[in-house]
Write a new protein. Structure first.
Lengths: 226, 873
């Protein structure tokens, strides 16, 4: 066996994998060491990436070598970044909030706009599209199948939305209950939600199982190298 | 013994008294219907009413003519005195002068009627008094010369006489001797006060004169601060300062004395009633005391000498001389005075004096002054006075004045008339009762024993008095006696007559409590007068007393809580629940974690075994997915339709934790791209994405001969997440101008034809997060154009991304290991997915079995627990 960098990285990977798998016996220092190493290495790597790929080429390099107009345009981001840095100071926390407010406001605006234009309208149209028999025929699809598929999707969407509709009326007996139709549709929506969560759990299990298989394969491959 | 608080002075009094023993104010009694006495016009007097000034001259007509004449003479003397003020000031003592001035200044308004009375002379005189006046008129001429020679002070009536006049106005129809006593009571506060009850018993006074004085504090204060001068005048002759004391006799009295000296006594005696003869002697006493013998007529001088002689030297010779000197009528009068030495009103003098002496007057009078003045008083009166003071001393336990009083009483004992000597010895102001419980003088006299008329039985006394008044009583007095007969009993007399005869201004000065009845009295309309509080005195208020509430007795309510058995059961159940909540619970032994750990180890071992065996054995037992997967086929078709040297943007937005799954699924896709010779542009919104991208390409670039900057380029990290994605979609050149190496990215062969997002031929998104996939789908929807978007995602993100595929927003999708295996099958190039497929299938099967067994075990446990609970119940 030739000592090489791949062997060293493979050994570290093998060791860290065993440390993580030690969580099978519960929370232990070995597992904590693995997590601390992962968090530390990740943070360092992120900081390096941020400096190398964002701050230096995007802010400081233009300020030092850019045109005057470009420098002026970079002053607001610089000030906002400095305000974020002074946020840990208790007396200046509110000043640092200005940068956070700017970031939150911009992110919210972008997210809302993208959700409306990229999710709500297209998804609403997608729910109604299967009921367009003409287009289905033009596409060569089975209209009945699309209607059935579209109907199930519509029922699933409506029933799921009804399930999250919590408006109810106060009865004469004093209790508050939703109407019978509402409760029936909500019950159906709960079924769709349960199926969705089941699919999500299956996907999570499949992802985790694939990662485990990959780790076992790595361990086996590493062990086979000796 | 209960006490009654005086409404005027607020001091306690015994409940058997009708008047206050301190201020002589009438005390409230149960017989008193209401203190809200009506005024003269019949209207009730309320608190706050302004006193109305009434001319008391209305009372003047009822006075006898001789009394009005006496007043007139007094006024004439006062006018003469005003004419000679300087002489009077020099010759009269200072105190006396001051007393007179004060008297003149302090004449109350009830004396205002005197002015109006001056010119009224229309009353007819009784016969007997007319004859006396005739004698007076005849003797005036004779005495006018002597009067002119007298000093001015003699012309003015002495204070005692002036006070007598004032009291006469007040008492109205009282006889002279009683008026004299009342004058002493009203003015002689320094000596003692006759109680109102005493005067009321006589029936002569129809209104409570003392109360009128006592209710005016100014009168009391003035009387206390400025002692009246007539008692001093009484003491003046004793001191022997000057004979001026005798000059204070009124004219009418002097004329009467003159008339008596004119040897007409017998004729006068025949006309004068017996009571007046008696009173004349008593009336002479102050005159004798204050006057000298020189100026007095002979008969009066003798009468005045008698007390002096008795007081100084009570010898029998003096009596004989006196008897010799006196005229016959006066002798008879003296005898009658001995027979009737004491008026009926003095029957209770012992008690009343003792009560009066206990009052505040006692503090102002010293025993010495009393003893000195007693010498000038008649013997019987001085004895009674001393007895009263002694009684007061016993009552107040202040026996400082007792020795002097006893001594004077002892001195005068020998001078007392016979009837008075028969009285029991007064010790300490108390008359020892006899065996029958009554004083000796109140008992029935024996036959032949001469007793005064007032000592006689009441019936006999009344009869005798009726006889006297029926025969010799003047007209005005007869009318009074007739009224007296018609008067109701004493209790009603006070309640009815006293308020009716009181002037309005006196009643208006009563305190509020005197107006408000002690008990609410319902009026004619059923209204109620408020007693206390801010509504005191108002009528028609709702009474705060029983009567307006429910008349029936309130229904008793049981204090015990009445509950049913069901309520008790519920309460006990609630109590048990509360106790169960508060009671400490024993913590069960942690047995289940041990079993779970064992289960965990078992499952772990099973899973590792199932996964390791296929991996280690590199088995291909599980066939590749045969079920058609349209999304994967769409992705494969898109790549297949890419033009040569197409630019494909591959976004690595997944974390290293799930890199195995994503990379397993992405490996056949990227391999497919390289097969088609597409130029690859690497990008990542995760800081670790660029390194992962390099790692994926490192395994494939050598196989396909890809070089950095030629066939692929790495733009590196795109900061800003959603905003960064939007910015990159809007202007990719501006956002990421350089590669990870720092070289201009957009001049490289992969990006040479690209200036916008829509210029890319294909966008492949590798992500394990549905949120990241949605962000890319949403933010690039408007900038993608016709560029297809293929997602290579983790299995856990598939349920969230598939709707976008179904909606046409994502044109192809490869999901997880299963999708990668399927894609490998489409490509015909087996890869890592195929190697993991057996392990993945076994692992999924084991997981399904474990889930099934776990569900069944949980079901069994739940049923077992239910059975245990049912058994326990």
């Amino acid at each position: 066996m030739v000592f090489s960098l791949d062997l060293l990285t493979g050994a570290l990977s093998f060791l860290l994998t065993l440390l993580v798998l030690s969580y099978l016996i519960g929370d232990n220092p070995l597992f904590r060491i693995a997590t601390y190493v992962f968090v530390g290495v990740s943070a360092g790597y992120v900081a390096a990436v941020a400096w190398h790929y964002v701050l230096w080429p995007g802010l400081f390099l233009p300020l030092l070598t850019g045109a005057p107009q470009g420098r002026l345009l970079l002053l607001p981001p610089l000030i906002l970044a400095l305000l974020l840095l002074i946020r840990p100071i208790p007396s200046l926390t509110k000043v640092g909030g200005l940068s956070l407010a700017f970031l939150a406001g911009v992110a919210a605006a972008v997210a809302v706009g993208g959700a409306v234009m990229g999710t709500i309208f297209p998804q609403t149209r997608a729910v109604l599209t299967p009921f367009d028999v003409r287009s289905a025929l033009a596409a060569g699809a089975d209209p009945l199948e699309r209607l059935l598929e579209g109907g199930i999707a519509l029922i699933g969407v409506v029933s799921t939305l009804v399930y999250f509709h919590f408006t109810a009326q106060r009865r004469l007996e004093g209790n508050v209950r939703r109407s019978g139709i509402n409760r029936a549709v909500a019950w159906l929506g709960r079924l769709f939600i349960a199926v969705t969560f089941g699919a999500l759990f299956a996907g999570v299990y499949a992802a985790a199982l694939t990662a485990l298989i990959e780790r076992i394969s790595f361990l086996w491959t590493f062990l086979q190298s000796f | 013994m209960a006490e009654i608080l005086c409404p005027a002075c607020g001091k306690p009094n015994p409940d058997d008294r009708s008047t206050c023993q301190f201020c002589e104010a009438p005390l409230p009694t149960e017989e008193t219907p209401s203190r809200e006495s009506p005024s003269a016009d019949g209207k009730p007097i309320h608190p706050g009413d302004a006193p109305v000034r009434i001319d008391t001259s209305e009372l003047e007509p009822v006075l006898p003519q001789w009394l009005r004449e006496a007043r007139q003479q007094a006024r004439a003397a006062a006018e003469e005195k005003e004419e000679q003020p300087s002489e009077e000031a020099t010759e009269t003592p200072s105190q006396e002068t001051g007393g007179e001035e004060n008297k003149e200044e302090e004449i109350p308004d009830w004396l205002a009627g005197l002015d109006a009375q001056r010119e009224e002379e229309d009353e007819e005189l009784p016969d007997w008094l007319a004859s006396v006046q005739a004698d007076i008129a005849s003797a005036e001429d004779e005495e006018s010369s002597t009067e002119k020679e007298e000093p001015p002070a003699q012309e003015a009536p002495p204070p005692s006489i002036e006070g007598l006049e004032l009291q006469e106005i007040e008492t109205g129809e009282l006889p002279d001797w009683l008026s004299d006593l009342q004058s002493e009571q009203a003015e002689g506060d320094e000596i003692f006060q006759f109680p109102t009850a005493m005067t009321a018993e006589t029936g002569e006074t129809a209104f409570p004169a003392p109360s009128s004085f006592e209710e005016s504090p100014s009168a009391e204060e003035s009387g206390a601060e400025e002692p009246l001068s007539w008692p001093e005048g009484l003491a003046a002759p004793e001191e022997g300062a000057s004979p001026e004391g005798a000059e204070g006799l009124p004219d009418w009295l002097e004329t009467e004395g003159a008339s008596s000296t004119a040897a007409e006594g017998e004729s006068v005696e025949e006309e004068i009633p017996a009571w007046l003869r008696l009173s004349s002697e008593e009336e002479m006493q102050p005159a004798v005391e204050t006057g000298g013998e020189e100026e007095l007529p002979g008969w009066l001088a003798d009468a005045g000498a008698q007390p002096e002689a008795t007081s100084e030297t009570p010898s029998p010779s003096a009596d004989e001389e006196k008897g010799d000197a006196l005229p016959d009528w006066l002798t008879v009068e003296e005898v009658s005075a001995e027979e009737h030495p004491k008026p009926p009103l003095l029957e209770e003098e012992g008690e009343t004096l003792s009560e009066q002496a206990a009052g505040p007057v006692e503090a102002a009078v010293s025993a010495e002054e009393v003893s000195e003045r007693d010498e000038t008083l008649p013997d019987w009166l001085s004895d009674l006075r001393e007895a009263g003071f002694a009684a007061a001393g016993e009552a107040e336990e202040k026996k400082e004045t007792a020795p002097a009083a006893d001594e004077s009483a002892a001195e005068s004992a020998g001078e007392a008339p016979e009837w008075l000597e028969t009285l029991p010895a007064v010790e300490g102001g108390r008359i020892e009762p006899t065996e029958t419980g009554t004083p000796p003088f109140m008992e029935q006299p024996s036959e032949g024993e001469s007793v005064p008329a007032f000592v006689m039985d009441e019936g006999e006394l009344d009869e005798e008095m009726e006889e006297i008044f029926a025969v010799e009583m003047p007209d005005w007095l007869s009318a009074l006696s007739a009224e007296k007969e018609e008067e109701p009993p004493e209790g009603e007399e006070e309640g009815e007559l006293s308020p009716a005869e009181l002037p309005d201004w006196v009643q208006a000065m009563r305190p509020v409590e005197a107006v408000v009845p002690e008990e609410p009295v319902e009026g004619e309309a059923g209204t109620v007068v408020a007693e206390t509080g801010p509504l005191a005195g108002l009528t028609g208020v709702l009474p705060a007393r029983p009567g307006f509430g429910p008349l029936s007795k309130p229904r008793p309510h049981a204090l015990k809580l009445q509950v049913t058995r069901g309520q008790q059961a519920s309460a006990s159940l609630l109590d048990d629940m509360l106790q169960g909540e508060t009671a400490p619970r024993s913590v069960a032994a942690p047995s289940r974690p041990r079993s779970r750990r064992l289960l965990r180890w078992v499952l772990t071992a099973l899973l590792f075994l199932v996964l390791a065996v296929p991996v280690a054995g590199e088995t291909t037992l599980t066939p590749l997915p045969a079920l058609r997967m349209a999304e994967i086929e769409a992705a494969n078709g898109i790549i297949n339709r890419l033009p040569p040297e197409a630019s494909a943007l591959v976004v690595f937005d997944y974390d290293p934790a799930l890199s195995a799954e994503v990379e397993t699924a992405a490996a056949p896709v990227i391999d497919h791209l390289m097969v088609h010779g597409a130029r690859i542009v690497l990008l990542s919104t995760s800081p670790l994405g660029s390194h992962l991208a390099e790692r994926v390409l490192s395994t494939l670039r050598d196989e396909h001969g890809y070089r950095r900057g030629e066939e692929y380029v790495n733009l590196g990290y795109l900061a800003g997440e959603t905003s960064g994605i939007l910015g990159f979609a809007a202007d990719p050149v501006e956002v990421l101008p350089a590669t990870t190496e720092g070289t201009p990215a957009w001049d490289t062969p992969p990006l040479r034809t690209v200036r916008a997002l829509s210029d890319f031929d294909l966008i492949i998104l590798l992500t394990d997060d549905a949120g990241t996939a949605r962000a890319w789908i949403e933010q690039t929807a408007s900038y993608r154009g016709e560029t297809p978007l293929v997602t290579v995602i983790s299995a856990q993100a598939e349920p969230m991304v598939r709707p976008y595929y179904e909606a046409g927003q994502v044109q192809g999708m490869v999901t997880g290991l299963y999708g990668g295996a399927y894609y490998e099958r489409l490509n015909g190039l087996p890869g890592a997915s195929r190697r993991y497929m057996d392990a993945f299938s076994l692992g999924t099967l084991v997981a399904a079995i474990a889930l099934g067994l776990g569900g069944a075990w949980s079901l069994l446990l739940s049923r077992a627990s239910r059975h245990e609970e049912s058994d326990e119940e």
